[in-house]
Structures are given as C-alpha cells and as structure tokens.
Ligand binder design. Structure first.
Ligand SMILES: CC(C)(COP(=O)(O)OP(=O)(O)OC[C@H]1O[C@@H](n2cnc3c(N)ncnc32)[C@H](O)[C@@H]1OP(=O)(O)O)[C@@H](O)C(=O)NCCC(=O)NCCS
Length: 148
C-alpha cells in the first residue's frame, strides 16, 4: 500500500540520493535540502511503500499571496504510472492554496515528456522557453497553472 506523509529531516539523505538518480543534471546537495526543509515557505511531502521506503517526493515554495514554485517532483522508476506524482502534486498544491497562492509555476526540461504530460494533465500551460536553464544545451519549458 502506498501512503503519503510530510517529509522530515530524517528523509534528507534519501532526497539527496534520489535526486542524483532522477535529476542527474541538477541534483540538490544535502545543505541545499537542509536549508529548504527549515523554511516555513517550503513544503515537502513523500510517498512511501508498505515498508515505509520512500518511492516518491515533491516540494513547493509558496511565499503567501503570490505565485508558488514547484521545487521538485519525482517517483522511482519501478512505481511510475500509478498516479503517485499526481497525488504528490495535489498535496503540495493544496498546501500552496492554503498559503494564499494565486498561481503555480515550474520549469521542466523541454525533452521531459513524462513530466510535461503530468503537468498538462493537471491543467498547466506553457509560458515560454528558457535557454540553457539547466546548463548548456538544456532548455527549460516554463509552465503555469492559474488557481481560482
Ligand atoms: C514525471 C514523473 C514524476 C511522473 O510520475 P508518475 O508517478 O509516473 O506520474 P503519474 O502516474 O501520477 O501520472 C500522472 C500523469 O502524468 C502523465 N504521464 C505519466 N507518465 C507519462 C509518460 N510516460 N508519457 C506521457 N505522459 C505521462 C499522464 O498524463 C498521467 O496521467 P494519466 O495516467 O491519467 O494519463 C516521473 O516520470 C519521474 O519521476 N520522472 C523523473 C523525475 C522528473 O523528471 N521529474 C519532473 C521534474 S520537472
């Protein structure tokens, strides 16, 4: 059974190690995650399997009555296609709404078909492309969802 919970400081090493696997082009360091976890404007959640192993995670920056930024969302390959990312996105979006967020924003690599499919399925539309956002030759698609 898959369940969802708030992330905590003990999860930090797992975030760092999964980042290296899922985001080899832009992994966050332990110190970056430590700083993010300690900020009240950030919210991180995890999906865990029956053994309490983390199989997915997501995070958002929501500074109040303004736009929120999706910081990360990832699911381990063996658990993809089960709606886990969708559930994680719903949790962080609901939290952002509670903070008064007016719109959700994110940057995704232009060749990341799975992620773009996920965001489009949630109603996000593309605003523009940022050249070399993730490094030389790695462009980002900026996407946005208006919250009513
Ligand atoms: C993108 C990612 C998070 C999707 O996780 P997931 O748990 O498999 O996604 P879900 O099962 O919740 O799927 C939700 C929707 O995403 C879309 N989607 C998922 N996989 C897809 C694929 N292979 N191709 C196109 N669309 C896809 C679909 O619209 C899907 O909805 P549907 O099943 O109702 O059709 C996962 O592939 C991943 O971790 N990728 C590597 C990390 C990454 O790139 N993260 C995004 C950074 S911006």
């Amino acid at each position: 059974m898959i369940t969802y919970r708030l992330a905590n400081a003990f999860d930090l090493p797992v975030f760092v190690s999964l980042d290296k696997e899922l985001f080899p082009y832009s992994p966050w360091s332990a110190s970056q995650y430590k700083e993010e976890f300690s900020s009240p404007t950030r919210h991180f959640v995890v999906a865990v399997d029956a053994d309490q192993k983390i199989i997915g995670y997501a995070g958002v920056f929501a500074p109040g009555a303004a736009e929120a930024d999706i910081l990360t969302v990832g699911v381990v390959p063996e658990h993809r296609g089960k709606g886990i990312a969708k559930a994680l996105m719903a949790l962080i979006t609901n939290w952002a709404k509670e903070q008064g967020t007016t719109a959700m924003m994110l940057e995704v690599k232009t060749d990341n078909r799975e992620a773009i499919g996920l965001y489009e399925s949630l109603g996000y539309s593309t605003l523009n492309i940022r050249k070399d956002y993730f490094g030389a030759g790695l462009d980002a698609q900026v996407m946005r969802l208006e919250l009513s």
